[in-house]
Write a protein that binds this ligand. Structure first.
Ligand code: CA
Ligand code: CA
Ligand code: CA
Length: 250
C-alpha cells in the first residue's frame, strides 16, 4: 500500500516537471518579435586617422515593440575588405539616439541612450572565420570576446588601416556576429534611430544582417538554466518523497 502511493506521487511530480520545462521553453520563443533593419548611409565619413568609417542609420520608430537586443551579423560573403584578423564586417561604433542626423561627421557629438554594456556580459560575440593567412585572433577581440579597450564601440573613432596603428574597431570575421543585450528596454513610440559605423566603407553593412528584437539574445546559458531548474525540481521531488515516507512511517 505504501509503495503504490509513493509511485503515484512520483509520477505526478515527474509529469508536472515535464510540463513546467516545456512551458519554460515555449515561453522563451513563442512571443519573440524580431525585425530586420533597412539602413540609410549618412553623407561623408568619420573615424580616427585615417578616417574611413561609413555611418548608417536605421529608423526604429514605430516598429511596434520595445527593443531589448540588437544583432549585427557579417554576411559571410567573404568579399570586400582585408583578410586574416581583419576579415569580415569591421564594427567601429553603435549608438541609439532620439535625434536624426544625416552627416557622418555629427555622430560622435550626438547624444546617445545609455543602454549598452560593451563588456562580454552584455555583448555576445560569435567569431566568424578568417580568410587566409589566419592570425591568432580577430582584430579587437581577446579570448573569443570583444575587447572594448580596442574596439571602443561607444566611439566612432576607428583608424582605417591594417598596419600597427589599427585601432578603434572589431572585425567580426566572415559570418561572425555581435549581439547587444540592452541594459534597459528602449521604447519605440517616440523617434528613435540606430547608428552603426563600419571601417573601410567597403559595402559590408549593405550585405550585413542587422536586426532588433524584444527578447534578449540567449547566451549559451539557457540550456544550463533549464538544467538547473530541472535539478531544483528533482530536489523538490526528493524532499517530497522523503517527506511522504516520514509521514507514512510516523
Ligand atoms: Ca574587414
Ligand atoms: Ca570605435
Ligand atoms: Ca570594412
Amino acid at each position: 500500500m505504501k509503495k503504490v502511493s509513493f509511485s503515484v506521487t512520483f509520477k505526478f511530480l515527474t509529469f508536472g516537471l515535464a510540463t513546467a520545462v516545456m512551458g519554460l521553453m515555449s515561453s522563451q520563443s513563442a512571443t519573440a518579435a524580431t525585425f530586420d533593419l533597412t539602413f540609410t548611409k549618412l553623407s561623408g565619413l568619420t573615424g580616427g586617422t585615417p578616417a574611413g568609417t561609413a555611418v548608417y542609420r536605421a529608423d526604429l520608430s514605430s516598429i511596434g515593440f520595445d527593443i531589448n537586443s540588437i544583432s549585427i551579423a557579417d554576411s559571410n560573403s567573404g568579399l570586400g575588405g582585408s583578410s586574416g584578423k581583419f576579415s569580415g564586417f569591421d564594427l567601429d561604433g553603435i549608438k541609439l539616439s532620439n535625434t536624426l542626423i544625416s552627416s557622418a561627421a555629427d555622430v560622435n557629438s550626438l547624444s546617445g541612450l545609455s543602454v549598452f554594456n560593451f563588456s562580454p556580459a552584455g555583448t555576445i560575440f560569435t567569431p566568424g572565420t578568417q580568410r587566409t593567412p589566419a592570425d591568432p585572433a580577430l582584430f579587437g577581440t581577446t579570448g573569443g570576446s570583444i575587447d572594448n579597450s580596442v574596439a571602443t564601440l561607444q566611439n566612432f573613432d576607428g583608424n582605417s588601416t591594417t598596419d600597427s596603428s589599427a585601432f578603434g574597431f572589431v572585425s567580426l570575421g566572415d559570418g561572425g556576429k555581435a549581439g547587444f543585450n540592452l541594459t534597459s528596454s528602449v521604447f519605440t513610440t517616440s523617434p528613435i534611430y540606430l547608428y552603426i559605423g563600419e571601417v573601410g566603407d567597403n559595402g559590408e553593412v549593405a550585405n550585413g544582417q542587422i536586426s532588433v528584437s524584444d527578447k534578449p539574445i540567449s547566451v549559451p546559458e539557457p540550456s544550463s538554466s533549464i538544467a538547473s531548474f530541472a535539478a531544483l525540481s528533482l530536489m523538490g521531488i526528493y524532499f517530497t518523497v522523503r517527506g511522504n515516507k516520514k509521514t507514512e512511517a510516523a
